[in-house]
Design a protein around this ligand. Structure first.
Ligand SMILES: [Zn+2]
Length: 149
């Protein structure tokens, strides 16, 4: 288990992004990135179902293209869907046009207002363009820790 606290400086540099979620009580927000992945995602779905828990799945568009049946299961089980780009791009190492196109390609499959940049890294210019593209887009950095399978 990881406990993660976002560096304050990042919050100051990117004040318009979603860093915290206010709740009326004690809550745990479960998020899963990089899916849908065979074996792993169905296993996670099974456990969530056992606990009657809902989560947000930040999906990679290319994985949705490869595993549409698992993606449909995630939606059918009532979980929220988030965009995690089509090819899991690193924002800091990708030019803005390529990044935006890759986001949009994933959005064609995902249709969501939630976005978590892979590796938690995105340029200010990219975030601004995404917000211009979709003013309702929530860009999440909450507890973003990348693990590759
Ligand atoms: Zn990721």
């Amino acid at each position: 288990m990881y406990l993660f606290k976002t560096p304050r400086l990042l919050k100051l540099l990117y004040p318009k992004l979603t860093w915290d979620i206010k709740t009326s009580g004690r809550s745990i927000f479960l998020t899963f990135d990089d899916g849908p992945i065979p074996i792993v995602t169905p296993h996670v779905l099974k456990i969530l179902k056992e606990y009657q828990a809902r989560a947000t799945f930040f999906c990679i568009g290319d994985n949705v293209r490869k595993h549409p049946d698992i993606f449909e299961q995630v939606k059918r089980d009532g979980h929220a869907i988030g965009n995690h780009t089509f090819n899991h791009l690193k924002g800091w190492k990708t030019d803005d046009d390529t990044y935006i196109q890759n986001f949009s390609k994933a959005d064609e499959l995902l249709h969501t207002n939630l976005f978590r940049p892979p590796y938690g890294r995105i340029k200010r210019s990219q975030a601004a363009r995404l917000k211009a593209l979709n003013p309702n887009l929530d860009i999440y950095y909450v507890g973003c820790i990348e693990r590759r399978f």
